[in-house]
Design a protein around this ligand. Structure first.
Ligand code: SAM
Length: 275
């Protein structure tokens, strides 16, 4: 397909640098630059914005973010094979792309942001995507260092992120995301759009921080949701037994015979506050 930036087509880049996709690194590349632009646009206008990207790979999404005018992209990539391809992009956009070779799970993004507002955009490696999201959601101080997260997940994970009570997908992730963010799924991407195609449909989720989430200690909310959803079909007086059981539920004015999936986020926060 025609490049949006005068750089070579991604298929050629992948061939030239021998970037055969590795499953262990969650590598499913997007080669259609119209599609990567559509993903990047979900983050809103990017002119003058600093963007963090996780897992740029051969650079399809990176190129879209830069072509849309981002002031700077800081990209963390674990696979050193991708670095020469990314260096070509950095040369094409002098001073606007910094690539850090490393593991995103061990990267201190808040320190990298250095107090500047950033947006995070990523086609996440499936094996680490949920953990990264949770890390970004749970800093003790709020609002966080990021202004928005625009992230690609397996659709099933996207459904868990936006789920609320009485939805089959509702669980710990839905409570954590709903507590501190406004989250919505923007559009789906079929497996055929990727090289190689994954087994499942993907979706792009956009999250923005709530200015005033219900006050609640993070560690306690995690504890309550973990216990409650660890045994989601059981009544709460049973699933919460190890952390206060019926007495805790009565204190929080919640019927002990209810099940985790029926509790609203506000009720989970109430439980955490009484823990
Ligand atoms: N952004 C590219 C695209 O959209 O075509 C590639 C996305 S691919 C799904 C995931 C990328 O994350 C791969 O390039 C992989 O090497 C990288 N990756 C995997 N685990 C990582 C980690 N722990 N830290 C940083 N990058 C990682």
């Amino acid at each position: 397909m025609a490049a949006l930036d005068g750089l070579p087509p991604l298929r050629d880049v992948i061939q030239r640098y021998g970037l055969d996709a590795r499953k262990a690194l969650g590598q499913n590349f997007l080669l259609d630059l119209n599609l990567t632009q559509k993903v990047a646009r979900q983050a809103g206008p990017l002119e003058g914005v600093t963007v963090f990207e996780v897992g740029p790979g051969p650079g399809g999404l990176t190129r879209a973010i830069l072509a849309l005018g981002a002031k700077k992209v800081i990209a963390v990539e674990r696979d050193s094979r991708c670095l020469p391809a990314l260096a070509e992009i950095a040369d094409h956009y002098p001073g606007r792309l910094e690539v850090i070779e490393g593991d995103a799970l061990k990267t201190d993004f808040a320190t990298l942001a250095a107090g500047e507002p950033v947006r995070i955009i990523a086609n996440l490696p499936y094996n680490v995507g949920t953990q990264l999201l949770v890390n970004w959601l749970l800093p003790p101080q709020w609002p966080p260092f990021w202004q928005s997260l625009t992230l690609m997940f397996q659709k099933e994970v996207g459904q868990r992120i936006v789920a609320r009570e009485d939805d089959d997908h509702y669980g710990r992730l839905g409570v954590l995301c709903g507590w501190r963010t406004e989250a919505h799924m923007t559009f789906d991407i079929s497996p055929q759009a990727f090289t190689p195609p994954p087994k499942v449909t993907s979706t792009v989720v956009h999250l923005t921080p709530k200015a005033n989430p219900i006050p609640c200690p993070v560690a306690k909310l995690e504890k309550v949701t973990e216990a409650a959803f660890g045994q989601r079909r059981k009544m709460l007086r049973q699933s919460l037994k190890s952390i206060g059981g019926e007495a805790l539920l009565v204190k929080a004015d919640i019927d002990p015979t209810r099940r985790a999936e029926t509790l609203s986020i506000e009720e989970f926060c109430r439980l955490a506050n009484f823990l």
